[in-house]
Ligand binder design. Structure first.
Ligand code: NAP
Ligand code: SF4
Length: 670
């Protein structure tokens, strides 16, 4: 029996039939601009096609230089057709279908050549765009059309015209960014002319048998964005202009409402696509925070959309569709929407990969082959680094024993899963747990052995992944009963009404959220109320005043360094954490000197001014140190035969991304 009957139903587009209802949404990978990048991309997309996805959309390709997202980013030109053919050939060879996305960054272009309907800077770019002249507008349309023609020459099955997220086309549509007085601005008809001309002229050039997906901003989530009537009228006009499918865009990049982070309830934005159903006759795709086949199937069963788009889930697992189709969904490596290795990398001008799948977009670099000599391997510690190394060592045919002192696997990640909005982290633990079973890794829980005992077992290789322990502080009174460590709190220690948190790194921020939120699963309606999404669409842009629930505790979040707290949090999620704590009125204080702890509370001074925070508890989130005593003992006796990875190797700046990658890599080297 097929568990996801609608998800795997073919979609007949008249001239072409997609094998199922799953779209791999557009993601910029950062290989597009690199030497040899097209060959790598071809392998990346081919593996996803082999994994059974219905239709792939490439990362955004600019139609001209002004449309670059950043200097020298990918753009379509005749000399690149042959390179794009590497991608299309590889995907077609695996029975897949692929469209090229045409994206003009408009005023989000991070370079001095950026253009827009108006010469007005966006709040997220330091470059003021040039106002497109009337001639410039017409030339830009021609460049879109030429890119589509070249995409057709490169054997793509179609194009996606990026009309959402606040990029150029969206800027023409919304009154917020388009107050032109010529035929390209002002009235609704004038504001719509740019996207409609693009779609109409592309259709004219490419003929009938070529997919045109139009990504329509159904929710701008910015002031003076489109209103719902306009969105519907535009959708109808886009259909008439020749689009084959309409995809859902949610939120401009400058919107202060999270749209894809872990705390967005799964599949929560499909209501907006559902609202469009019945207004047009072409298929509708919905998107955002869809990361399991169950969520995707539910959306289709409710009739919210005809197809679902998932982007990051295909970084996390190339075989998402195949596993779901074969009723092996419990084997899917689920995207946890952390953004740490994908979007955050792109913002740092590094190629994207995936925190839970270090092989993503490195398929030509990491080849998993059977080891020439089969070994017996001991891995000590079943946190992220240990789990990842156990799986990759087992994949290479080794016999793997995984030792863990606690009664469960997952280490620090298991704790993170308790933080509000991070419940998806449990999926990674479920994935590893299932892989251990499938790959025959012998798991020894509640097992603490001495170095001598390990040596006596004569393993061919020993990998130490014993992780980290909280840093011990030497503040006078640190042993006071008011003081708790963060693991104690996450594991259920009783906490009073007012709390001071020492340390404002990722864990301090998580702790502040944990202590001020009610916890439990959040409905989309509650999320919308907190962040100010106007689900009744009374206002242009569908934004309302944020209305968060009050904090459950009074919290002080402290750090010794001067300046804004949370500066080191991820580029794409840090602002969300900071805003959430502002909603909860958390007192964030930098430049703190910790003086002592006693019955009165935490004594601090800030800029020489002393104060007592009369709190019930003080929670220490002051970073970690390596837990590597066992390694040192083993190393003394066996020398460099012992491998050390993850937090046990280096606690500073430890994150799950490095732990999983190091584990994966060591497995490949054994
Ligand atoms: P961290 O980011 O290194 O932060 C440690 C905090 O403790 C800092 O605020 C530091 O600030 C303070 N601190 C350090 N030494 C101290 C001392 N001796 N006395 C008092 N305060 C001290 O470490 P973390 O918060 O434990 O996080 C560990 C890792 O987990 C991070 O690197 C991060 O990658 C990952 N993580 C990420 C997220 C996320 O949202 N992306 C969430 C959780 C964890 P001062 O030195 O200024 O006082
Ligand atoms: Fe998903 Fe995080 Fe991987 Fe990005 S890095 S694909 S958000 S799991």
């Amino acid at each position: 029996m097929q568990h996801y009957p609608l998800l795997f139903q073919p979609l007949d587009l008249g001239f072409i039939t997609l094998r199922n209802r799953v779209l791999m949404g557009s993601m910029h990978i950062g290989l597009e601009e690199q030497k040899g990048g097209f060959a790598q991309l071809a392998q990346f997309y081919a593996e996803r096609a082999k994994g059974g996805v219905g239709l792939i959309v490439t990362g955004g390709i600019a139609p001209n230089r002004a449309g670059w997202v950043s200097p020298f980013s990918a753009r379509m030109k005749p000399s690149l057709v042959a390179k794009h053919q590497l991608i299309t050939q590889a995907v077609h060879a695996e029975g897949g279908r692929i469209c090229m996305q045409i994206l003009h960054a408009g005023r989000y272009g991070y370079h001095p050549l950026a253009v827009a309907p108006m010469a007005v800077k966006s709040p997220i770019s330091k470059f003021k765009p040039w106002k497109l002249s009337k001639r410039g507008v017409k030339k830009t349309i021609r460049d879109f059309v030429r890119s589509a023609e070249l995409a057709q020459k490169a054997n793509y099955d179609g194009v996606e015209v990026m009309g959402s997220e606040g990029y150029l086309i969206n800027e023409f549509i919304a009154p917020y960014t388009n107050q032109r007085t010529d035929e390209w601005g002002g009235s609704m008809e004038n504001r719509f002319r740019f996207p409609l001309e693009i779609v109409r002229q592309i259709r004219e050039k490419v003929g009938r048998n070529f997919i045109i997906i139009y990504r329509l901003s159904m929710l701008d989530l910015v002031k003076n964005g489109s209103n719902w009537d306009e969105v519907v009228l535009l959708a109808k006009a886009i259909e008439k202009a020749g689009a084959t499918i309409i995809n859902t865009g949610v939120g401009w990049h400058e919107a202060r409402i999270p749209t894809i982070a872990t705390l967005v309830p799964q599949g929560g934005f499909s209501w907006i696509t559902a609202r469009m159903k019945g207004e047009v006759n072409i298929p509708l795709i919905t998107s955002n925070r869809i990361n399991t086949p169950e969520v995707a199937e539910d959306i289709l069963q409710r009739g919210d959309a005809d197809m679902v788009s998932m982007a990051r889930p295909f970084l996390a697992d190339a075989d998402f569709c195949r596993k779901a189709m074969e009723n092996r969904a419990d084997e899917i490596n689920t995207c946890i929407a952390c953004n740490q290795a994908c979007l955050d990398h792109i913002f740092k001008q590094k190629p994207a990969t995936c925190l839970v799948n270090p092989r993503a977009a490195k398929e030509t670099i990491y080849n998993i082959t059977l080891a020439q000599k089969k070994k017996t391997v001991a891995i000590i510690g079943a946190g992220m680094a240990g789990l990842s190394s156990a799986i990759s060592a087992a994949d290479r045919g080794h016999t793997v024993h995984l030792f863990e002192k606690s009664d469960t696997i997952g280490g620090q990640f298991r704790m993170a899963a308790k933080v509000p909005g991070k419940a998806d982290f449990k999926e990674t633990i479920r994935y590893f747990s299932r892989q251990l079973e499938l790959k025959g890794v012998q798991l020894h829980l509640k097992t603490t052995l001495s170095a001598e005992a390990f040596i006596a077992k004569n393993f061919d290789e020993i990998v130490v992944a014993t992780g980290v322990k909280p840093r011990q502080l030497s503040i006078p009174g640190i042993d006071h009963p008011k003081v708790l460590s963060y693991p104690e709190v996450l594991n259920g220690a009783k906490v009073g009404h007012s709390v001071a948190i020492i340390g404002a790194g990722g864990i301090g921020f998580d702790m502040a959220a944990f202590l001020t939120e009610k916890g439990g699963e959040q409905s989309f309606e509650a999320f919308a109320k907190t962040w100010g999404v106007d689900m009744s669409y009374q206002e242009r842009g569908a934004i309302a005043k944020p209305n968060p629930s009050p904090a459950t505790r009074e919290v002080f979040l402290l750090q010794r360094s001067e300046g804004k707290l949370g500066r080191k949090l991820g580029k794409t999620t840090g602002w969300i954490h900071r805003r959430l704590l502002k909603f909860k009125k958390v007192n964030m204080i930098g430049g703190v000197v910790y003086e002592k702890i006693d019955d009165a509370g935490l004594h601090i001074s800030v800029k020489g001014v002393r104060k007592i925070l009369s709190v019930d508890q003080i929670v220490i989130c002051a970073g970690q140190v390596s837990e590597n005593t066992l390694f040192e003992n083993l190393h003394k006796q066996l020398g460099d035969k012992i491998h050390l990875i993850g937090g046990a190797k280096l606690a500073g700046e430890l994150d799950a991304q490095r732990a999983i990658r190091e584990g994966f890599e060591i497995g490949l080297r054994l």
